[in-house]
Ligand binder design. Structure first.
Ligand SMILES: [Zn+2]
Length: 571
């Protein structure tokens, strides 16, 4: 998911980028510009722990059949959902699902038998007292007006004087419109049937199996081929016009890019959406073939005002970000990247949300690097450079979708790249994708694989940047130059400061330049709070730059030591 706050913010970002570009031209790359906090974290999930019951971890859902009829006039739905799964714990005789109790259940059948159940708040408990098998099939019929929870889980909306319906369930609000095991790591297949007025086009995940017409109603039936997490299941319905681009994957497979927008946006959407093949080409070369190659990729105009959402194969793109002038490219790139990171490789838990957002955000920078070189990666990352001192990256608490998760997540991947080197880093990305696609991965899974690929102990890296450390590094330095028999010795004193963490360990490049333009590069590995480094050159050092290629999430500044009037004392 990617959100933008408002136009004022966009304008600020633009000014900020211009300021950065100017400062790069005028000075050495700087990192001391800190933008005031602009968090997107308007979602908090304080009850996340209670939302899931223990029993939900002991079932495995394999298939959802969601048959949904939309009544846009009175903003209600009626549905039949069939859920097939197995018990992972054979002692268990109760199936717990998530489902909000404002939806009225008319019947529940478990393996074709009527059963006892409790439907309370956001939980539906079904009792399998006469349990005979480890497999279960639950049929639930219900109706009602879905609540609009979280970022707007279920929406009936009038736009352009027509009715549109869309969903956005991330992270835990799929249960506002269908019963499910809403754990992100319980992936299943899904068949989604949407019935609406015959003028509406209805879109969902997977491939379109058929369209059925009955009187003045039309049903679209979609089927996934690849497993999906419940928060990525989405529907869109309304008067859409469709256009298609054909793409050939890196392994020669044909993929349709099907775009659905309102007639009002049809012309300009063609301009904004046109560069998708280029994004896919870059990511396939970096990470591996598009993981949903036998389904499709779609971008669908929706009316969530804040940004876009990477629903599996059906990205929702805010109407506001279809501008016809390619102004919002980073959002489009971000959502495509999620199809590798977040959708194919899902998060094991919501504590691992940075694996979704940090990877998608760093992928934006990787895209720009591929297309226009390393300096574009650096400027992309510098636009995301802020100090975040409140939460650690792992388990960011109520700030799950705060900009820290996105921006620090991207920076941490960039630093991991420096830590293990380019070759191992890109091998890691490909192996991580290959190992966990269509499954889920935890932060620990990433760490183990990174250690395997690089042969390095990454405990400290993960502890300081991901699990425990907060914020970034403040680095202060000072230099002293001596001439020794025709060579020059620069003593570089460095101090690192943190609020709540001991010494960070990190690689640090230093560049020395003479007035006439001679240059020498040094590479160090810092492991102490205060460090003195010796740099020898044959030229008189004129200018020193720490971290010239921007590998470190640090604010670097020359320390200003107060001058004491020593000379007078010596007299
Ligand atoms: Zn995102």
């Amino acid at each position: 998911m990617k959100v933008k706050k408002n136009n004022a913010y966009l304008l600020l970002s633009l000014i900020f980028l211009v300021a950065i570009a100017a400062s790069i031209l005028l000075f050495n790359p700087i990192k001391s510009v800190i933008q005031s906090r602009t968090d997107y974290g308007f979602v908090s999930v304080p009850e996340l722990e209670n939302y899931f019951s223990e029993k939900q971890y002991n079932i495995d859902i394999q298939n959802y059949e969601i048959d949904l009829e939309l009544f846009t006039e009175d903003e209600t739905i009626s549905a039949e959902v069939v859920i097939e799964g197995v018990y992972k714990d054979s002692a268990l005789k109760q199936i717990d699902l998530n489902f909000y109790d404002n939806m009225e259940i008319s019947s529940i059948l478990l393996n074709d038998m009527a059963v006892e159940y409790i439907h309370d708040n956001y939980r539906l408990s079904i009792f399998d007292d006469d349990k005979r098998t480890e497999e279960f099939r639950i049929e639930i019929s219900y109706s009602g007006s879905p609540q609009n929870l979280g970022m707007g889980s279920f929406n009936f909306e009038e736009e352009y004087e027509r009715e549109y319906v869309y969903t956005l369930s991330e992270p835990v609000y799929a249960s506002s419109w269908f019963p499910c095991n809403d754990l992100p790591n319980d992936k299943a297949l899904a068949r989604i049937r949407i019935t609406n007025d015959s003028s509406a086009v209805s879109i969902s995940n997977g491939v379109l199996e058929s369209i059925e017409i009955e009187d003045n109603k039309k049903a679209y039936i979609w089927q996934t081929i690849y497993p999906i997490s419940t928060y990525l299941i989405a529907i869109y319905s309304g008067e859409y016009k469709k256009f298609t681009q054909q793409y050939i994957s890196i392994n020669g497979k044909k993929v349709n890019f099907d775009y659905y927008v309102s007639p009002e946006k049809f012309k300009i959407a063609k301009i904004d959406f046109d560069f998708h093949p280029q994004i896919f080409e870059v990511f396939e070369n970096l990470f591996g073939e598009y993981p949903f190659v036998d389904e499709k990729y779609s971008v669908i105009e929706f009316f969530w005002p804040y940004g876009a959402m990477e629903h599996q194969t059906v990205t929702g793109m805010s109407s506001r970000f279809i501008s016809g002038n390619n102004f919002f490219r980073d959002i489009y790139i971000h959502e495509v990247a999620h199809h590798w990171w977040g959708n194919a490789v899902g998060p094991e838990t919501w504590k691992d949300v940075w694996l979704n957002e940090g990877f998608a955000t760093y992928s934006e920078a990787l895209y720009y690097e591929k297309v226009s070189g390393y300096s574009s990666l650096v400027s992309t990352l510098q636009s995301k450079f802020r100090d975040y001192t409140e939460f650690s990256l792992y388990d960011p608490g109520p700030n799950m979708f705060g900009s820290m998760v996105y921006n620090k997540g991207a920076w941490v991947l960039h630093m991991l790249r420096k830590e293990i080197g380019d070759e191992d880093f890109f091998t890691l990305l490909r192996n991580y994708f290959e190992t966990y696609k269509y499954k889920n991965a935890s932060t620990e899974n990433l760490k183990t694989l990174a250690e395997e690929v690089s042969g390095k102990d990454l405990n400290r890296f993960f502890d300081q940047w991901i699990y425990f450390g907060k914020g970034l590094i403040l680095l202060e330095y000072d230099t002293e130059i001596k001439e020794l028999k025709g060579t020059f010795e620069t003593r570089l004193k460095i101090s690192q400061f943190h609020e709540e963490y001991g010494a960070y360990h990190f690689p640090l490049d230093v560049e020395l330049k003479s007035v006439s333009g001679a240059k020498k590069d040094f590479g160090f590995y810092i492991t102490t709070l205060d460090t003195t480094l010796i740099l020898n050159t044959k030229f008189i050092p004129g200018e020193i730059t720490l971290d010239p290629d921007s590998w470190l999430m640090a604010i670097i500044s020359k320390s200003f030591v107060e001058e004491t009037d020593e000379e007078e004392f010596e007299n």
